[in-house]
Every structure is written in C-alpha cells, then in structure tokens.
Design a protein around this ligand. Structure first.
Ligand SMILES: C[S@@+](CC[C@H](N)C(=O)[O-])C[C@H]1O[C@@H](n2cnc3c(N)ncnc32)[C@H](O)[C@@H]1O
Length: 356
C-alpha cells in the first residue's frame, strides 16, 4: 500500500486526535491479502478517507452517512492527487452489485444494521464483508446482527487491539422498513434507524423544549444539529410563519427531518458547518449540540459552532443551547457572547440563552 498523507479535516482544533486507527489498517491488510481483487468494492463509514484514498485504485464506492465524512475524503483526495468521485448513502441503490464490502463498524448498532441491510440488497450472492473495530468496542450484538444476514460469521484474532469479523454466505432476507416512530406530546416523529436518540425523545431535548424562549419577533430561526427535526417542528407549531432552517451533518437525520417538518418556510441543509449562511442572518438559533463523535467526546466542535452562531446571529439575536451540566459551556459562551443567561437548570441539564 502506498503511504498517503491523511488528515482529519474536521471542526476540532485538537491535533492529538488521529485520522485512522488500527482497525482501518487491518481492513487494508485484508484487502491486500485477497487472491482475486474485488470487481465491485464498497467502503462503509470511512470517517476521514484513510480507506477510500488508499483503495482508490480499485474504484470503490464510499457509502457515507455524514457530510463531514464526504468533505474530509474529498480534501484528503485532493491533497494526495486522487480524484474521488464515487459516493453513495445507505438509502440509495448501488448501480453495480457488490462482491466485496468493508465496514468500519459504527458506534450505533442500529446504523450497523442499516449498512448490512444496504449490503444485503445491493450485492451478489457471493459477497464477502469485512467488518473492523477496536477490540474495546466489541459487543456480541455485532455478531447477532451479522447472523441475521450471513450464514458464516467469523471473528479474527486481535491485531494491535483491533479485530475483524468476516461475513459470507449471504442469506435471503426480505427488505426491512428501517424507520422508527417516536412520540412526543401526542405527536409522532419518524426517523431512520441510527439517527440520534432512537426510540424516544432525548432527555436534554425534552428539557430544552420545556425551557426555551420564543419571542414574536423571532422570524428567522435555525435549528442547529437538528436530528429528526423535533426542535424545529415544535418551533413551527408556535410560530407557523417563521422562516425555519434545519442544519444537520447526518444524511439519515436530514431525510428523517423531511418526513417530520415541511412547508414553504422550511429549509433543510445537509452540512456540518454554518459556512453557507451570511453574517447577521438569524434572530434565534436553537440547539442541542453534538459532543459525541463515534467513540470520541470532543467539545471543541460545539465551541467552534458557537463562534459561528455568533457570526450568523443578528445584533440582539440569541443562541439557546441545552447541555449537560458537567460540560460547563458557560465559561466558553461568556468569551463569545456579551450576555449569557440561564433559562432553566435541573440536576442534569442547563439551558443557556446567549444574546449577541
Ligand atoms: C445531540 S443530537 C441533537 C439532535 C436533535 N436536535 C434532537 O434534539 O434530537 C446532535 C446532532 O448533531 C449532529 N451533528 C454532529 N456534528 C454536526 C455538525 N458539525 N453540524 C451539524 N450537525 C452535527 C448529529 O448527527 C446529531 O444528530
């Protein structure tokens, strides 16, 4: 394998984080050891492009769920003089049936099953799948989900604390409906498997919706990191004439939100930053921001987003944020906003109102 220079290209300023792990290396090793090179290869959940760039000679399709993944892969392709064009997502059919797929196991087991569903219905009968993960992230559910789709489920020994599971002998399984319904205040919300807060509303979001402060003059509103769109929808119920934008990194979340909220004033954005918005655009930005990224916890990402919120708010506009108490966002928010108030606090969460 050629040695390429791969960077994370994410919103975090933490330079100690690596763009790949031993699990990625193990996947490359498995592909390199194949006697016959795959005719149709897919790479699932390549976070920053380590796999897609190294395997570019095989013209793989990168099956992704996040805009941030696509951006990082394109940037890494560019800096290594690789022209990467083939992207897909788990909701689209692939043009060519796969005979080989590699999967970097996601933290969400529901998303893992979405990937296997996609492989099952977009592959030849002889497809082989290699799933890789760090041993500390192993759960027997990876095996039981795999067994729903494949006769042979073979776990490898650990190498550098990473392992693979090899799947072959595809079973004939009917296509599953990969959408769940959750209920909140007698309203139903639909969402694809693997989208944030499966099965019920997130407790922080619920607390946010109990506390948040919407004024009649809030006409242009952003739901940042909108997930299934529940915050935007509750705002729309109270302010049906407001122009509401939803911004989300996850494609499955954006497609879920489209099932829950629509209308002439509603705008869905599949993106991981606010670069498409002008300065001084919004009266209100509402958010339950991300700080978990797969197995990492990183508050540098929400802090970056808060600075961008300041830029995109009108003067006098405000950002309302719900957070776990222990994250202590107030210290950071007060360095960005002149006025930071608390709209509500309980033993777990706090809701801040930050005025520009
Ligand atoms: C805590 S969840 C909140 C979801 C939804 N607002 C709710 O309350 O159920 C955070 C969301 O942020 C999304 N996300 C992660 N990084 C993001 C980014 N850079 N830009 C936009 N959304 C992001 C995740 O996909 C996830 O859906």
């Amino acid at each position: 394998m050629t040695n390429l220079k791969i960077s994370r290209h994410d919103l975090s300023t933490d330079k100690t984080l690596r763009p790949h792990s031993a699990a990625d290396e193990l996947l490359l090793k498995r592909v390199a050891a194949l006697d016959t090179k795959p005719k149709s290869l897919a790479i699932y959940h390549d976070r920053f492009g380590y796999l897609t760039c190294h395997l570019q000679k095989m013209s793989p399709v990168a099956v992704l769920t996040e805009k941030s993944q696509e951006k990082a892969i394109l940037k890494n392709g560019l800096s290594n003089n690789l022209e990467i064009r083939r992207f897909s997502n788990p909701l689209s059919s692939l043009k060519k049936k796969l005979d080989y797929a590699i999967v970097k196991a996601p933290k969400s087991l529901a998303l893992f099953q979405v990937f296997l569903e996609h492989i099952a219905h977009n592959s030849t009968a002889k497809v082989t799948v290699e799933v890789a993960f760090m041993t500390r992230h192993f759960t027997p559910k990876l095996l039981s989900i795999s067994s729903q789709y494949f006769e042979n489920v073979q776990q490898s020994r650990a190498e550098k604390k990473a392992r693979t599971i090899t799947l072959s002998g595809k079973k004939q399984v009917p296509k599953q409906d990969i959408i769940d319904t959750i209920e909140y205040r007698n309203n139903q919300y639909q969402q694809y498997w693997g989208v944030f807060s499966a099965k019920h509303i997130d407790y922080a979001t619920e607390y946010f919706l109990d506390c948040f402060d919407l004024k009649p003059e809030d006409k242009t509103i952003l739901d940042l990191a909108s997930g299934n769109g529940i915050i935007a929808k509750e705002i729309q119920r109270e302010a049906p004439d407001a122009e509401i934008h939803l911004l989300e990194d996850s494609y499955l979340a954006v497609e879920s939100a489209k099932m829950n909220i629509s209308g002439p004033n509603i705008h869905h954005h599949y993106d991981n930053d606010l670069s498409s918005f002008e300065d001084n655009t919004f009266d209100l930005i509402a958010t339950n921001p991300p700080f978990h990224f797969e197995h990492e916890i990183n508050i540098k990402v929400p802090l970056y987003l808060f600075k961008e919120c300041y830029r995109c708010l009108k003067s006098g506009g405000n950002l309302q944020v719900v957070a776990n108490n222990h994250l202590n966002y107030k210290t950071h928010l007060t360095t960005i906003f002149p006025k930071v108030d608390i709209l509500g606090q309980n033993d777990k969460f706090v809701v801040y109102k930050c005025v520009k």
